[in-house]
Write a protein that binds this ligand. Structure first.
Ligand SMILES: *Cc1c(COP(=O)(O)O)cnc(C)c1O
Length: 386
């Protein structure tokens, strides 16, 4: 008997404690965590520096509201601005809320209503962000949706030619996370950027999953030489404390005035303390270089061990957001990996998604690849036995 709405297909694992890259369940079984709370615990679990910063803020005050000056919000906003192309930040509590803020800002600023997104995208579960999400399964039963969203095929350069100047914004992920770990091609991103200029639309990059170092840069768009009007962040920003942010360029700032938008908990000082400590640790060249190095190491090892496996279609990703595309559904493989004490996720039906902590060790990568390799070698036997 559960008192919860059954909105999640939960695993049969109850966590007792978590530290670094490891979870321990109530039976003292240990798991190597390549899920990290769905790209949230980018420094692993219970990072000492984040814990200390949160602890200090806990002893000062927890919540006062946005009626008051909030210097800690200024500190976090400054870090976000210094690491992006934006000039001002609005704080909220989740990725969906950050995207809601972006959608509202784009509409108010341009005076237009239409927003273009892409098939297989994921932007959240609120009404507007569900409508923005290009996946029918997420929208089923909730219609009529907001009518002002149009979905185009992702990585399809020619499809953008149909757009006209009634578009307020084009919104996209530079690596579609939930949709299957699909990185955007440079040519496609260039065309999106040109199209925004051609039709007078704002460019919104949803960095909820790809941001805060996950791809080896502060934000994933920085791999593509872009300068978006609006960037949204959440997941990894607070190391597990709920926080979201929308970062906007200078011309947009005056569009939001007192009363235009808000959030009771947005910019909560405890969450801000976590975000500040998290960004200070991740957003520097040495740390991010290591993310890139670990990414290459992990991808090379995977290619070497299972790249030619008959079940594997390809291995791709950016930084430590990595997908193993399989020729069949991966649900069973993921369950089996969990039994073997490696936690991974799916992304769409056929892709195993790896989201290790960004400070994962080489030794932990070796352990994970060993478990994956072992499972695939037995999976091959089953496949050829049939
Ligand atoms: C997870 C995710 C969201 C939604 O974030 P929530 O915090 O669950 O609201 C939005 N966009 C992308 C790209 C995501 O991965």
């Amino acid at each position: 008997m559960s008192y919860l709405f059954p909105t999640y297909a939960r695993w049969d694992v109850t966590v007792k404690e978590a530290k670094g890259s490891w979870l321990t369940d109530e039976n003292d079984k240990k798991y190597l965590d390549f899920v990290t709370g769905i790209a949230v615990c980018n420094l692993g679990h219970a990072d000492d520096d984040v814990m200390q910063a949160v602890g200090e803020q806990l002893t000062k005050y927890w919540h006062t509201s946005n009626l008051f000056q909030q210097p800690i919000q200024e500190d976090v906003a400054k870090l976000l601005v210094e690491n992006s192309d934006g000039e001002a930040v609005f704080f909220c509590n989740s990725g969906a809320e950050a995207n809601e803020a972006a959608i509202k800002l784009a509409r108010k600023h341009t005076g237009k209503t239409k927003i273009v997104t892409f098939l297989q995208s994921f932007h959240g579960r609120t009404f507007a962000t569900m409508s923005a999400t290009g996946q029918e399964k997420i929208q089923q039963g909730f219609g009529p949706l907001l009518e002002t969203f149009t979905y185009l095929p992702y990585n399809d350069v020619a499809a953008l030619d149909v757009l006209e100047d009634d578009v307020a914004a084009i919104m996209l992920e530079v690596v579609q996370g939930e949709g299957g770990v699909i990185p955007a091609e440079q040519e496609f991103i260039d065309k999106v950027n040109e199209t925004c200029k051609r039709i007078g639309a704002l460019l919104i990059i949803d960095e909820v999953q790809t941001g805060i170092g996950r791809t080896g840069k502060p934000f994933g768009y920085q791999h593509y030489g872009l300068s978006p009007d609006i960037v949204t962040s959440a997941k990894g920003l607070g190391s597990g404390l709920p926080v979201g942010a929308m970062i906007g360029k200078a011309p947009l700032i005056e569009t939001f005035q007192p009363g235009s938008h808000g959030s009771t908990f947005g910019g909560n000082p405890i969450a801000m303390a976590a975000a500040k400590a998290t960004m200070k640790k991740i957003l520097n060249d040495d740390f991010l270089k290591e993310v890139e190095e670990k990414s290459s190491y992990l991808v090379d090892k995977l290619v070497q061990k299972i790249g030619n496996h008959p079940l594997v279609n390809g291995i791709r990703g950016k930084g430590l957001l990595i997908g193993i595309e399989c020729k069949e559904q991966v649900g069973m493989l993921i369950d089996q990996l969990r039994e073997q004490q490696l936690l991974v996720l799916s992304a769409g039906p056929n892709v195993i998604r790896l989201l290790p902590p960004l400070n994962v060790s080489y030794e932990e990568i070796d352990i994970a690849v060993g478990i994956i390799d072992k499972l695939f070698s037995t999976a091959k036997e089953t496949a050829s036995a049939q």
